[in-house]
Design a binder for this molecule. Structure first.
Ligand code: ADP
Length: 260
């Protein structure tokens, strides 16, 4: 009753009766999980307000100064405003994608596809973005891959998220995309030698709005939505995604898709 009335930290006591005790343990586990959701929902509202406010303030500032004639219209000013509006757009798009994916409204067009050309073009695209002293980006995949039953655009979205994160969180070393297949599944692993994830953070990385080091990732422009979307997209295609990581050593995100 207390819990239902909003006391989310209320828990059931230990009982001497084993059956009741098992029930308490289950109930308490559920209660802790709901309490966590509520906590993250609150953080979300405050994070979102912050994320939305910053670009809006910048754009409004420029517009007011331009309107008052205090600021000369220049290419740079307009470019800055474009950058800020793009940030807003990305955030809103991410949120929309996530809510659609979670509600199961995202159309998924499953077809037999060969992922090799997609992987090659992504590696090329990301390699162009990495600075000269940045990590090496490698693809380790058999040339002839069996077809998977998947949606090519959604699979690209997953890979862009995973490789994008690896690039963002790996200052030097290597990022390796490894592909293999076994018993009806095609596995893709994105491994990096980057900053890694603390073991206490690891169970939460796929939760929406989870960001490792809040200030650092805010600075790096992350929204904490990418992995939540990725997990949804993998599962909508009948796969599963996993993570392993060691702080200071690197991370591996791997998922499978069913073979066609
Ligand atoms: P973000 O947009 O913040 O990167 P994600 O959902 O993609 O959101 O990732 C959630 C968090 O997981 C990140 O803020 C970061 O702390 C951690 N993370 C994800 N990928 C990596 C990686 N390859 N190396 C280290 N940390 C990572």
């Amino acid at each position: 009753q207390k819990f239902a009335a909003g006391e989310l930290d209320a828990r059931l006591p230990v009982s001497d009766i084993p059956e009741l005790n098992r029930l308490s343990v289950s109930f308490n586990r559920m209660a802790a999980s709901l309490e966590g959701v509520e906590q993250r929902r609150r953080e979300l509202v405050s994070d979102l307000s912050h994320e939305l406010r910053t670009p809006l303030t910048v754009v409004r500032g420029y517009l007011e100064e331009l309107a008052d004639g205090e600021l000369e219209p220049s290419q740079e000013v307009y470019q800055r405003m474009v950058r800020e509006t793009k940030r807003l757009e990305r955030l809103v798009n991410d949120l929309q994608e996530l809510s659609k994916a979670e509600a199961g409204y995202l159309p998924i067009n499953l077809q037999p596809i060969n992922l090799r050309p997609l992987l090659e073009s992504l590696v090329e695209k990301f390699a162009d973005q990495i600075l000269e002293d940045g990590p090496d980006l490698r693809l380790e995949s058999p040339v002839g891959l069996p077809l998977v039953l998947a949606d090519i655009d959604r699979t690209e979205q997953i890979l862009v998220n995973l490789i994008g994160n690896a690039v963002r969180y790996t200052p030097t070393g290597a990022i390796t995309i490894r592909v293999w297949f076994e018993s009806g599944k095609l596995w893709i692993a994105v491994s990096d030698t980057g900053i890694g994830i603390a073991s206490s953070d690891l169970p939460h990385v796929f939760e929406r709005f989870f960001r490792g080091d809040r200030s650092r990732t805010r600075y790096s422009g992350g929204t904490g939505i990418g992995l939540a979307i990725s997990r949804c997209l993998v599962e909508l295609q009948g796969g599963q995604i996993f993570v392993e990581s060691q702080l200071g050593k690197g991370s591996t995100f791997q998922f499978f898709l069913p073979l066609a």
